[in-house]
Design a protein around this ligand. Structure first.
Ligand code: ATP
Ligand code: MG
Length: 411
């Protein structure tokens, strides 16, 4: 059994390492066996920093609360599957009870009962995620790797643990693409065959679960590579017939990854749906059970396609560009700014960087002092000042005062 102590000590942050030693002491006191599992082990073996800690324990159902107490921490949230999010020593981590799962039908949520750590590893998605190290005070680092995760990491392979894996839970198809894209791994041959066979089971996965997996894809720096895999495997189409990702779109999503300000998943979403047929939008919104944020990005992405023609009108004033763009979601505009190279995209960039921030130097009070009547005319005049500033007619405060006096017929 290889020992991972050195690798783990390098990959864990000092805070994470400190927390795990604390967990080791307290779980021994509570008489439970506790393991670090999944991504932390995988990333330590890959020599990458460990992003988050997933911990599995063999304790009873109340163990999460007992451990949180013993650590002087708290249970931040709990799920119906007996998993908890804990926070202690300034580190958040996920704690699950070791369990075994069975699936009544494809796409159903599993029925779960307590199990051993072996059983818990056997229910996992891929060999590279099915490794564990027991968290012990004096000696730790001994790797449990029954399914050949170390070997698959070395070979660069994503491999399921059994032939029914994608049928049990087709979200694993999206997860497979996420790991393959992220690490530039391949699917093992059998896994590729099973994945192709089981694509249709994506249909049974609820909108919330698919959307959640897509969110995680959009958050990845290599989102474009992952979406390309999903496209080439036919998984995008299997999620919804309207979904595609042409090469031009993927290239833009790839460019976005190198932007210092990536703008989050909503910008990626906007690029992703940039060539969606308008009539497909309502069905896609329903398929992914989109909330208001996503639905707005989708709708605005489609609506914004009609705007460039108007932005290209010769002699368009900045204030008119502001009129055309003001009502669109910011992420959608950022996607459009990234996507275009023509004059219309220049306007979108100018709107984002400059025009939308323009404010008059005078405020409502100043206008009252200058003799503007209290009421709607204050707001109207402020909007006029803003437009005149955007169009370059006003620079100084005196310019604005003179403008207001002019409008009032005073000199
Ligand atoms: P990431 O770096 O993507 O967060 P992770 O391994 O931490 O990787 P999580 O989504 O946090 O991934 O899940 C934690 C662990 O739970 C995984 O390593 C895997 O073992 C298991 N797991 C998560 N989702 C599934 C699933 N759908 N089916 C089986 N096992 C899963
Ligand atoms: Mg994780």
């Amino acid at each position: 059994m290889p020992n991972l102590a050195d690798m783990l000590n390098t990959a864990l942050s000092p805070e994470q390492a400190q927390l795990l030693s604390h967990v080791a002491v307290e779980s021994a006191r509570l008489g439970a066996r506790v393991y670090l599992v999944g991504g932390a082990i995988r990333d330590a073996l890959l020599g990458r920093p460990v992003a988050d800690l997933d911990v599995t324990a063999s304790g009873g159902p109340r163990f999460g609360f007992a451990l949180a107490d013993a650590l002087g921490g708290e249970v931040v949230s709990s799920s119906e599957f007996g998993t908890h999010e804990l926070r202690a020593d300034g580190v958040a981590f996920d704690l699950a009870m070791a369990r075994t799962e069975s699936y009544a039908e494809p796409g159903a949520l599993p029925s779960v009962r307590p199990g051993s750590i072996r059983e818990d590893l056997a229910r996992r998605d891929f060999t590279i995620n099915a490794m564990a190290v027991e968290i012990l005070a004096d000696s730790w680092g001994d790797l449990q790797d029954e399914f050949g995760g170390v070997e698959d990491l070395r070979l660069g392979l994503v491999r399921t643990l059994h032939g029914g894996s994608f049928r049990d839970d087709a979200t694993r198809i999206v997860r497979a693409a996420r790991y393959a894209g992220r690490y530039a791994f391949q699917l093992d041959d059998d896994t590729a065959r099973l994945l192709a066979r089981d694509l249709r089971h994506l249909d049974a996965i609820s909108g919330d679960r698919v959307r959640h997996e897509l969110e995680k894809v959009f958050d990845e720096p290599r989102a474009a590579a992952i979406l390309r895999l999903l496209r080439d495997w036919g998984a995008l189409r299997a999620i919804h017939s309207s979904l595609r990702a042409d090469d031009a779109t993927l290239a833009l999503i790839d460019d976005l990854a190198s932007e210092p300000e990536r703008g989050g998943r909503a910008v990626t979403l906007s690029l992703f749906v940039s060539s969606l047929p308008a009539e497909a939008a309502p069905a896609l919104e329903r398929r992914l059970n989109m909330g208001a944020d996503w639905a707005r990005v989708v709708r605005d992405t489609i609506a914004l396609r009609d705007v460039p023609g108007r932005l290209r009108r010769p002699g368009l004033l900045p204030s008119e560009a502001d009129d055309l763009l003001r009502d669109y979601d910011e992420h959608t505009l950022r996607a459009a700014a990234l996507a275009g190279e023509d004059m219309a995209a220049d306007w979108v960039r100018r709107y984002l960087n400059e025009l939308r921030h323009v404010r008059p130097l005078l405020d409502g009070n100043d206008l009252l002092v200058l003799g503007v009547e209290r009421g709607p005319s204050v707001g109207e005049l402020l909007r006029e000042l803003r437009r005149a500033r955007q169009d370059g007619h006003l620079r100084t405060r005196d310019d604005e005062v003179a403008y207001v006096r002019g409008r009032l017929g005073v000199n």
